[in-house]
Design a protein around this ligand. Structure first.
Ligand SMILES: N[C@@H]1[C@@H](O)[C@H](O)[C@@H](COP(=O)(O)O)O[C@@H]1O
Length: 250
């Protein structure tokens, strides 16, 4: 696991976008795993700027998103489908048929999850997975305690995750209780992973992640067993770690 410290959100976004753009140039038919949330939004903005300025083409790129809320209509402002359209897909030349998110709109959700796992396999696996991290160490929507062997499935959201994501909803109670998420074993099959973190709220979990052994209590800790993971985090997110351990650029 490689740790890279950058000054701020803008630099984190810049570096993450550069990793994606390099892959798109090297492998124009790559499969890219994408995340939602506040953290990767700046990365997507840079991908759009680069697309407009340098005409980097996504014509043959395929995308698979990590997760989607169960039971929300795709058109709903809070669905991850809507998020991805608004923040990225509407602005670059990805083909609609190459964009994939778990369905999760209406039952049978378990079947949707199985189909999604199969789809990722059929695409040949993920070349690059972009990850954020929950304040409790979740990746995708795999909450603490999720078995590392988990495949894509229907997962229950931790009350703390619903709380953290309530800012995107009108009402706290509107936050769905479940999601379909790529499993931890699914994420681990990605050939390369970048995990992004920004802001003081992520400082405690990054410190815990750095210090911990691999444990299901901190889902992101499994990434220590992956051969190609880079954490790109800003100074605020690394503040506690640096205070206690010194430099993290290693
Ligand atoms: N399912 C998503 C995760 O993929 C994301 O990494 C996390 C952090 O979100 P943010 O980037 O807004 O802090 O939130 C959500 O729960």
């Amino acid at each position: 696991m490689r740790w890279i410290e950058v000054d701020n959100y803008e630099q984190m976004s810049e570096q993450a976008a550069a990793v994606v753009i390099n892959l798109v140039k090297e492998k124009p038919e790559a499969v890219i795993g994408l995340a939602t949330g506040g953290t990767p939004a700046g990365t997507y903005k840079r991908l759009i700027d680069d697309y407009k300025q340098n005409t980097t083409s996504y014509e043959n790129i395929k995308t698979v998103n990590l997760d989607e809320y169960v039971g929300l209509e795709k058109e709903s402002d809070q669905s991850y489908t809507y998020y991805m359209d608004k923040h990225l897909f509407d602005h670059i030349n990805l083909k609609r048929e190459n964009i994939h998110l778990p369905k999760a709109e209406t039952p049978p959700y378990e079947q949707d999850a199985k189909d999604y796992e199969q789809l990722i396999e059929d695409l040949g696996g993920v070349d690059l997975q972009v990850l954020g991290i929950g304040e409790n160490g979740h990746i995708g929507f795999n909450e603490p305690g999720t078995p590392f062997s988990s495949k894509t499935g229907v997962v229950e959201l931790d009350p703390s995750t619903r709380e953290a994501n309530a800012r995107y909803f009108e009402n706290k109670d509107d936050v769905p209780t479940h999601a379909i998420s790529m499993g931890i074993s699914t994420i681990m099959k990605s050939r390369k992973i970048i995990l992004l973190a920004s802001g003081a709220k992520k400082a405690p979990i990054l410190y815990n992640l750095f210090k911990t052994d691999v444990t299901e209590d901190i889902p992101a800790s499994i990434l220590k067993e992956h051969p190609d993971v880079t954490i790109i985090a800003d100074s605020e997110a690394l503040a506690l770690l640096k205070e206690k351990e010194g430099s993290v650029n290693r």
